[in-house]
Structure formats: C-alpha cells, structure tokens
Design a protein around this ligand. Structure first.
Ligand code: FAD
Ligand code: SF4
Length: 495
C-alpha cells in the first residue's frame, strides 16, 4: 500500500488553475501547461493518502471498476509505467475521464467518511499525461485477425471504447460518424478549456494505428445513403449503435419562436470549431455568438457550465444561469450519506470566471423586440411542495437577454433514420432497448452509451462500450476474454 501514515500526515491538495483574467483570454485548458504537469510536484504525496482500505468503495463508485488503490501505490512509488498498465487495464481513455469525470469514486472513497477524500481523478490524469509524455502509450494492434467485421455507429466515448476493444480482439472495425471529425460530444460538445482536442486526436491516431477505420462525414441511415440499416446488417457481422442521446429538451413557452433562442448544441459546436481555427459552420452561415449580449442560460448542469465559460470567452455583456431546482447545500445532506454521489453546490472552472446563478427560477415567457428577436425573459420564483412545483406570488420579474441558450438535457436518441430502419425496440423512455448482454431486439445489433442508457456521463459511456465489446466478441466467436465492467442495468450510487 501507499505510505501507511500518508492520510494522517498530508491534507488534500489540487492543482492551481491559471488566473481567471489570463485564462478567459484564450481557449486553452485552465491549468498551466496542462493538468498532468501542473499536478506533478504534489501528486506522489496525494497518492500516498490512499489508505488501501480493506473494501475499497471507490471501485464501486467508479463505473469502470478502476483499480484505484493499486495505481495510487504505484504513483507513490514513482512506478509510472506500472501505474498506466493498471489504469489501462480498466479504462481505455483515462485522459478523458481524468479531465471530465465528476469523480463518483471520490464521493465513495472511505477516507471521505471523516476526512477529505483522495484526489483520485487527479492521480488518474497525472498517470496518463505522464505516460503519453514518456512514450508508454503505444498502439496495440491485434496479433491475428478473426475475419469478422463490426460496424460501430457513432464515435463518442462509447463507440470509441467498443471499437478499440473489438479491434484489439482481432475483429475488423469501421466507425461511422456523421460529423466531419470523430469524437462525439468530446469534440463538439465539450469546450477546449475543459479538454484540448489534441488529447482526443492523439488517441484517435493510436486507434488508427491499431487498425480501426474511421468513416467520418457518413450518416448511417441517411435517406438515399449507402449505409441504411439493412445494408449495415448485410455487410457487417455485427453492428454497435453508439449514436448518443441527441434530442434536446425544449421549452415551448410563449415567444419560443423569437430569434436569438438556441439549443446549447447549436452554440457550443460552432464555438469549439472556431476555438481550433476552423470555420464555425461548413456552409458559411453566421456563427451564434455571445459577444456584447446579455446571455441567459437555462439549465444548471455540465452543458450550462460549458455555455457559461464559452460566453465569457466570447465577451458577453452579462450572463445569468437559471436553474429550476433550489440551491443545493454546501455539504453532503444527511439523506444522501456516504458512499452515494450527493447533490451539493459545485463550482466548476467556468463558475469561478463569472456569471450569476439564479435558483428556483422558472421561465414563463420570452419577450421580443420589434425585429422579432428576444429582448428579455419573464421568470418567476418556484417552490417544490409535496412533490409539485408552485409559483411564488408576486415574484415575477424580467431579465434582459439578447441570447438565450437551452441546456436542459436530452430526451433520447433520434428515431427517424437508422433506429427505425434497423427496427430495434425502444424502452419506456425512448432509448434503444437491450438485454443484459447489450443486444437489441434485432440479433447482431447491439447498443452502448447514451443511446441505450439515456443522457449520462463519459465514464458510463466508456464502461458500456467496453462491456458491449465483450458481448459482441462472444456473439461473433462463442467466447470472450474481454472485460465487461457493467451490465446495462447498473445504476449510479445515488439515493
Ligand atoms: C455540452 C456537454 C458537456 C458535457 N460535459 C460532460 C463532462 O464534463 N463530463 C462527463 O462525464 N459528461 C459530460 N457530458 C455527457 C457526455 O458527453 C456524454 O454522456 C457522452 O459523450 C456520451 O457518449 P456516447 O458515445 O454515448 O455519445 P456521444 O458522445 O453523443 O456520441 C454519439 C455520436 O454518434 C454520432 N451519430 C449519431 N447518429 C449517427 C448516425 N446515424 N450515423 C453516424 N454517426 C451518428 C453523433 O454525431 C455523435 O458524434 C456532456 C454533455 C454535453 C452535451
Ligand atoms: S473514471 Fe471517474 S469515477 Fe472512475 S476513477 Fe476516474 S474519476 Fe473516478
């Protein structure tokens, strides 16, 4: 184990972010020289805080089942090559989770019962950043080919994890992606300041060298296209649907049709393209920008925070983030005990940079100007009583807004097109239904990630991609030694 007295001698410490004034002037990650390097001076000591407790609940908190105490020990001993080997045994892409995961492992850490938990996510990202720098991450092409072919539809973290596992198992894998570049929400949802795309590109390069083929700019199931559901089933021995949860929740109140009201995913991808020097829109249409505008973001989650940080960097005049739920408590409420993932007040890097958060706020109406563009929102304070939402009398007010961004989540996968053509059953929530082996109602067609689970997190998408790959391998060859970290029915540790 790491230092037996480490947790007694050392307190929890994180890396220092770049000063706000500096970082809002560019799109780079918020840590100096990247988080892995920023952490190096402190990370061995932080890893030494791991108690190697008898029953490590962090394993249970992490959907991937990352073997956290083992790599904490190896980092403390300065054995970085051993550490990346252990980490890669359970996680294909620790550079994504180490930057972007909300770290349910840390809220399940046994040290967290009466002290600050181990900085597990920081140890994870240090290991992988150091591994890339040291040349420890190499392509792992298969030693032999099975002669079986797999089409993976969608190149987000679920599709990438499934494709990498299946390629390494010897199958011939093609990943279809309708966008011009691979990565799913890792590329066009998540902004540079949270994860620079060079980390994604480096991993895609490794995958290509291993033999995975990427067909970008190809929408499977597009009308008149070469890859209809029927054609995919005919040409490939198995198909993995990893198309994400892309239907965004709307707010159909009076004034919704006004100009200047957009879904977050009509705003963030354009900004992400511009941030890396590409045109905002391939068709040359004008970019949706926050520059000089009063911006209102409706929705308080990750997507809302990404809109906030992006609007700040674009030079918005003011930014208000509305959340319908009440402000959560600062610390774990008694009803959400350890080791569950609690609903508490969290401050992302974007929240440090500016904007105002307004809780218990519901939008009644969008108000327009004479040109048909939004000029304000009429909002009202709401309370939850007896499970129902009621308005507080006399609390209505207007807030100015020339740009409104919806960040209220996603309701499920798109159904016209591929899903309909394949004829797969949907579950009660409209997601692609699958059995405990990730197979849909159509034999040979599997589903992984948000299209099957519903809107979730990167770590769940990777875990599902890995598990679905094991199921596909078994379907194709009759047996598998690929790991299957979770069944589709596994849920987060929450109450
Ligand atoms: C703005 C935003 C920020 C987020 N931030 C975080 C975060 O910080 N941390 C975190 O853990 N999670 C975050 N999430 C959630 C996380 O990104 C998702 O849970 C995860 O990406 C789901 O992975 P996936 O592979 O299932 O789908 P996706 O990443 O959505 O990828 C699906 C891909 O399939 C492609 N596709 C769809 N249909 C077709 C078709 N017919 N043919 C070809 N290609 C197709 C899509 O273009 C897309 O590229 C965020 C989500 C959003 C929207
Ligand atoms: S992937 Fe997420 S939950 Fe798992 S160890 Fe990393 S930060 Fe923790």
């Amino acid at each position: 184990m790491a230092d037996p007295k480490g947790f007694l001698k050392n307190g929890r410490e994180g890396a220092t972010r770049r000063p706000v004034d500096e970082r809002v002037g560019d799109w780079d990650e918020v840590y100096p020289d990247g988080i892995g390097r920023a952490l190096l001076p402190i990370i061995n000591t932080q890893a030494s805080r791991c108690m190697d407790c008898g029953i490590p609940f962090c394993h249970e908190g992490c959907p991937l089942g990352n073997i956290i105490p083992e790599w904490n020990d190896l980092v403390w001993r300065d054995d970085w090559e051993g550490a990346i080997e252990r980490l890669h045994a359970t996680n294909n892409f620790p550079e994504f989770t180490g930057r972007l995961c909300p770290a349910p492992c840390e809220t399940a850490c046994v040290l967290g019962i009466n002290q600050d938990p181990v900085t597990i996510k920081n140890v994870e990202v240090s290991i992988i950043d150091k591994a890339w720098e040291s040349g420890f991450v190499r392509p792992q092409p298969p030693e032999w080919l099975s002669g079986r072919t797999v089409a993976v539809i969608g190149s987000g973290p679920a599709g990438l994890a499934a494709a990498q596992q299946l390629t390494r198992a010897g199958h011939t894998v093609a990943v279809f992606e309708r966008e011009d570049r691979a990565g799913g929400l890792l590329r066009y949802g998540i902004p540079e300041f949270k994860m620079e795309k060079k980390h994604l590109d480096r991993r895609l390069d490794q995958m290509r060298r291993e033999g995975t083929v990427f067909r970008t700019g190809v929408e499977a199931g597009a009308p008149g296209g070469k890859y209809s559901g029927e054609q995919l089933k005919e040409r490939y021995d198995a198909v993995v649907l990893a198309t994400g949860s892309t239907v965004a929740r709307d707010l159909p109140v009076t004034g919704r049709e006004l100009g200047g009201i957009h879904q977050a995913m009509d705003f963030l991808p354009q900004a992400n393209r511009v941030a890396v020097g590409e045109p905002a829109n391939a068709d040359g249409s004008e970019q949706v920008v926050a520059t000089g505008k009063n911006v209102v973001i409706i929705g308080g989650g990750d997507t809302g925070a990404d809109c906030l940080g992006t609007s700040i960097r674009q030079g918005a005049a003011s930014i208000t983030q509305l959340e319908i739920m009440p402000e959560p408590p600062e610390s774990r409420p008694t009803g959400q005990p350890w080791p569950t993932y609690p609903m508490i007040f969290r401050v992302s890097s974007a929240h440090e940079e500016g904007g105002e958060r307004v809780y218990s706020a519901s939008t009644k109406e969008f108000l327009g100007d004479e040109d048909g563009n939004v000029r304000a929102l009429r909002i009202v304070e709401v309370v939850f009583e007896g499970g129902t939402l009621s308005e507080v009398e006399g609390s209505e007010r207007e807030i100015p807004a020339e740009l409104v961004l919806f960040a209220m989540g996603f309701t499920g996968p798109e159904q016209p097109g591929l899903v309909e053509q394949l004829g797969v059953d949907l579950d009660a929530r409209g997601n692609v239904a699958r059995d405990e082996g990730y197979m849909t109602s159509v034999p040979g067609v599997f589903s992984a990630g948000d299209c099957g689970r519903g809107q979730s997190l990167i770590v769940w998408a990777i875990a599902e991609g890995r598990a679905a790959a094991a199921a596909v391998d078994e379907y194709l060859t009759g047996s598998t030694i690929l790991p299957a970290p979770i069944p589709p029915s596994k849920r987060p540790l929450v109450v």
